[in-house]
Ligand binder design. Structure first.
Ligand code: ADP
Length: 442
């Protein structure tokens, strides 16, 4: 301002001096006319620049501040500097906002920003897929118009957001969401949604498992306590008492087997992965397996062992012996007398395979995918009669998974079954010489 005043005073003074000189030479009239003309030109100069300034202010295009002359050059330079600082600030804010949006988008949970009237301001991709929203078309709409489940609407309108609520996802059958609203700022709300389908499934499995274990143990326990009552209340002859005691022993053995299998499963769940450094000598293990199968069969089945020599396994001998044993025992138990059970061990293109084939009862196709579930049995009666717990194949599956192996079940109802454990190359080793070192197969 000081500059403008000073420059204007100097300019007017120069015009006045020039006008006085002209007045002295050409007369007072010319002097006054020159002074008036000079001041008028000065005025026009300023009016023109003010015009330029007004034009720019009407549409302040960044980078197009007008050029000026004299004092206006300085004014426009200041304006230009101010405008550049503003642009930088705006870009900075836009970058920060974009970073926040990116962070919100990358968030594994669904995030929806709601205004005071529960209208959607913004949401990330996860929320779009969880709640079937579209940020482009749904922004500005009340969320309760788009997610209409009554329990959700009641939750949003209740104003009590201390706990999350569970919601079936509008799209995607079977998907369960945990939804929570977090109020913040000026009556705004953050709506978070998380896919809890897996947790929900695990919780259902846990509940089913506890119910199954209780049921499995309750049956022998009820029988046991019934016999105990009978023996206590009635005067039984020694033979009857012995019969009852034998039945009681049978029931307690059954409970013992269930508890043992449950403990095996829980140990498998918590133990570290079987080491690749421990070699399992497969040939003697298979010989023992055949002897056990023959003992269990009691000569009622033809048992064949067909083992390709020269291959061993890396892992836990106890676990593998228990898994192979379970498969062989099942084959005997589910094959009527006179049938055949074949145990095979061979190298495959991508590792090694142990298989048990039987000519027994076979399994209807619809049961096959569920056989490794805990306590799943096709024929409950036969399983119980032959001392089954319903946990054998669950243990097998667990042991194989821990050895990165898979279980393949092929079966035809009434014809027989084939259970094959397939090991990857890194778990199978070639035995170079009887007592010498070993190298990886495959
Ligand atoms: P279980 O103790 O009842 O034998 P498993 O987990 O070992 O429990 O097996 C689950 C079910 O799979 C069995 O109850 C049986 O119905 C079926 N099963 C297993 N192995 C065979 C087989 N070799 N032949 C026919 N059915 C079988």
């Amino acid at each position: 301002m000081d500059h403008l005043l000073l420059r204007t005073v100097i300019a007017v003074s120069l015009i006045a001096v020039a006008a006085v000189l002209i007045g002295l030479i050409f007369g007072a009239v010319w002097g006054w006319a020159s002074f008036s003309g000079g001041v008028l030109l000065l005025l026009l100069h300023h009016v023109r620049h003010v015009d330029l300034l007004i034009d720019w202010l009407k549409r302040p295009t960044p980078g197009q501040v007008p050029d000026g002359r004299g004092i206006w050059d300085y004014v426009f330079a200041l304006l230009h500097r101010f405008e550049r600082a503003q642009t930088r600030q705006r870009q900075q804010i836009a970058r920060t906002l974009a970073r926040f949006r990116q962070a919100g988008r990358a968030h594994p949970d669904g995030v929806v920003i709601l205004d005071a009237d529960n209208r959607i301001e913004w949401c990330n991709d996860t929320a779009e897929s969880h709640l079937d929203l579209n940020v482009e078309t749904d922004a500005g709409q009340p969320v309760t118009n788009l997610v209409r489940q009554p329990e959700f609407v009641a939750y949003v309108e209740s104003g009590d957001f201390a706990r999350p609520m569970e919601l079936r996802a509008p799209r995607g059958a079977g998907v369960v969401l945990s939804v929570q609203i977090i109020p913040y700022g000026d009556a705004q709300k953050l709506l978070l949604s998380r896919d809890v389908t897996r947790l929900e499934k695990l919780e259902t499995m846990r509940r089913d498992f506890v119910a199954n274990v209780s049921h499995e143990l309750r049956t022998p326990l009820t029988v046991l306590s019934g016999f105990l009552e009978t023996i206590k209340e009635l005067q039984l002859d020694p033979k009857r008492s012995r019969d009852y005691l034998n039945l009681m022993a049978e029931q307690s053995k059954r409970m013992q087997r269930i508890v043992d299998d449950l403990l095996t499963l829980s140990t498998l769940e918590s133990a570290p992965e079987p080491s690749l450094g421990d070699r399992i000598r497969v040939a003697p293990l298979l010989d023992r397996l055949r002897a056990e199968a023959e003992a269990l069969s009691g000569g009622k089945h033809r048992i064949v062992l067909d083992a390709e020599p020269g291959f061993d396994l890396l892992g836990s001998e106890n676990e593998i012996a228990s898994a192979f044993g379970n498969l062989a025992t099942n084959a005997i138990r589910y094959t009527p007398a006179g049938g055949e059970v074949r145990l095979t061990w061979r190298a495959t293109a991508d590792g090694a395979e142990f298989a048990v084939e039987d000519s027994g009862l076979g399994i209807a196709t619809e049961h096959i995918p569920r056989l490794t579930e805990r306590f799943y049995r096709v024929d409950r009666g036969r399983s119980r009669e032959t001392g089954g717990t319903g946990l054998g194949l669950a243990i097998v599956k667990h042991v194989l998974t821990r050895h990165q192996a898979t279980l393949e079940i092929i079966s035809e109802h009434g014809k027989g079954s084939r259970f094959a454990a397939r090991f990857p190359a890194r778990r199978a080793v070639r035995v170079v010489a009887a007592a010498a070192g070993a190298s990886h197969a495959g």
